[in-house]
Write a protein that binds this ligand. Structure first.
Ligand SMILES: O=P(O)(O)OC[C@@H](O)[C@@H](O)c1c[nH]c2ccccc12
Length: 238
């Protein structure tokens, strides 16, 4: 089966899912006068392998935003919303998504199972967000899913500052799950933090606020690349 979202992320030199999100969890504007087209162009120029589009209302999102982004780019898109019903999967596909967020902490085990299977059979990659070992272990068909540790807490509407230790602690459980694509999501505030997570073994990262606030995603990525080289040469001095 072709998994464009996963393949694109895994083959990128800097595997960042770059997010389009209108507002942060406190309602502060993140795109400050820029159009979705400007943001998508900046992300593509920076080398984004995939784009995440937040359609959830808490973050100022709409379905139209996903549709607009899909018209602007060929890159695989992740729809970030609170999906609880199978008909939302059909809509995601119609709007142009290749992957859909499923939030383990908000779904019962049987709902997560049903939605994961339905997403896969609709040709969508499940991007399952988890915050505990038990949630990670409950993901069915993990070998066909992205599993992401969310460093923030969706139950507090992501108003916490985020806990990156969670990503470091849960990486062994993610690897044990069999996902080809362990991802760390949210609260990744700098290229240096991103470099540490990738060096620890993450295969992908999802970054929204920091990239949108930076004003220059290309520069953010170049700094990430050089930070990764610094980490590597510190570990393997020649
Ligand atoms: O802006 P940040 O801290 O880089 O986080 C991005 C992303 O992980 C966050 O937007 C998110 C995580 N889970 C969600 C669920 C719905 C909407 C959005 C989200």
């Amino acid at each position: 089966m072709s998994l464009p979202f996963i393949e694109s992320l895994l083959s990128a030199p800097q595997p960042l899912v770059m997010e389009v999100k209108r507002r942060d969890a406190f309602g502060f504007d993140l795109i400050s006068g820029h159009t979705p087209a400007e943001i998508v162009t900046a992300y593509e120029k920076a080398g984004a392998p995939c784009i995440s589009v937040v359609t959830g209302r808490w973050f100022g999102g709409t379905r139209e935003l996903l549709r607009d982004v899909a018209r602007l780019t060929e890159l695989p898109l992740l729809q970030k919303d609170f999906i609880t019903r199978k008909d939302q999967l059909e809509t995601a596909r119609e709007l142009g998504a290749s992957a859909v967020l499923l939030t383990a902490g908000l779904l019962s085990a049987s709902a997560l199972r049903g939605l994961t299977i339905a997403a896969l059979s609709a040709g969508l990659t499940p991007f399952v967000e988890a915050t505990t070992e038990a949630e990670i272990a409950s993901v069915p068909h993990a070998d066909e899913c992205v599993i992401a540790v969310n460093n923030k807490d969706i139950k507090t509407r992501e108003r916490d500052r985020g806990d990156l230790d969670r990503s470091f602690e849960l990486l062994p459980a993610l690897i044990a799950s069999g996902t080809p694509c362990p991802v760390s999501a949210s609260a990744i505030d700098s290229p240096q933090t991103a470099a540490r997570l990738l060096d620890a073994g993450y295969k992908g990262l999802l970054v929204g606020t920091a990239l949108l606030r930076s004003g220059d995603p290309g520069e953010w990525l170049r700094t990430l690349e050089s930070s990764r080289q610094t980490v590597r040469s510190a570990l393997h001095p020649s």
